[in-house]
Design a protein around this ligand. Sequence first.
Ligand SMILES: Cc1cc2nc3c(=O)[nH]c(=O)nc-3n(C[C@H](O)[C@H](O)[C@H](O)COP(=O)(O)OP(=O)(O)OC[C@H]3O[C@@H](n4cnc5c(N)ncnc54)[C@H](O)[C@@H]3O)c2cc1C
Length: 340
Amino acid sequence: MRVVIVGGGMVGLALARLLRGKGVDPVVLERQSPGSHMPRPFMLGFQGFPALEDAGVYDGLRAAGWDIAPREDGTPVAICVDFIKLIALLGDGVPVAHEEQVVELMRDGDRIVGVVTEGPGGLAEVPADLVAACDGAQSPTREMAGLPATVTELGNGALGFMGPAIIDRSFSMAYLSDGNIIGLLGWPGGSAGWWTIDKLDSETALAPGLDAFKRSFSTLLPEATEAVGALTSIDQVRYSEPRVLTAERWWAPGAVILGDAAHFFGPETGVAAGLGLGDAHALAEAIGQNPDDPDAACASYQLWREPVVRPYESNDPARQPRPEINNEDRPEPERWPPTA
Ligand SMILES: Cc1cc2nc3c(=O)[nH]c(=O)nc-3n(C[C@H](O)[C@H](O)[C@H](O)COP(=O)(O)OP(=O)(O)OC[C@H]3O[C@@H](n4cnc5c(N)ncnc54)[C@H](O)[C@@H]3O)c2cc1C
């Protein structure tokens, strides 16, 4: 089967690696140049471990990161690792055509039969029996394939930080009195944290300044004191507005979506990456079992993945109703911006 993978991110590389292990040699098209990922901590959940094992990178990844909550048998619930190390391990030996942006799908009637890519050499057609869209939550390929997705803006915002302190733990998290969360990640290269707050604009969210942020964060999560203490600039703190995404259908004749292109979750779940890797695992297996029939492979993929992914979607805490609480009605340390 001629498979074109749109996107050389985590899921695209995992799919390519798993397919190559089955003797299928896909074309991977990635619009960014090589090495364009920024170093950042990444919490990879257990849902992705079988895919990483089959791809031959699980042991390397555990050696490069820190375990989160190992069980009695030593298996962690997640691994916290530098995203660049994850991409390097998955991409090792996988050919990727960089600076190639898919701008159009080729069609024969209702069937998608390839992509048009734009790169340093201009426009080129790449025929395919199956186009696998691993092109992230915005997924231009999903749009072009006519697979509708629902994006829901969440009712809150989030403050996140990343800093250089090497701390004594890989993970910590607490719920606040209004149901918001505050959390901490540690990995061999530093530490990071997040705190869900009211929806504000970025200027208002950052206006109280670094000292106020450090004070509030370490009061609410004392184990983060060393991590926030090492921050030196408010530029290391970022305000964002989380969204969730769901798509009813994951394939159309000749094209399939997976990873963030197919689903995205709220900040409490920590499952996006693990489920994306599980998608790649299932699709590679389905292609291996239906080497001459892309539609049968896609139907099989959706059949296997729905019972895994849909419960996470419907139970995502981000989708549940939350009581609306005024900032000034919260206990003092939980108020942001602080009022004292
Ligand atoms: C700041 C941040 C922190 C996160 N932390 C975590 C975490 O700790 N744990 C977790 O489980 N999840 C986390 N996530 C989510 C996680 O990053 C994703 O679930 C995961 O990376 C999904 O990978 P993907 O390959 O599906 O998509 P992406 O990583 O978005 O990759 C898509 C790729 O497609 C390429 N592309 C897009 N359009 C085109 C095109 N037209 N042509 C060619 N290439 C194209 C892009 O350049 C990109 O490389 C985080 C996300 C963010 C933004």
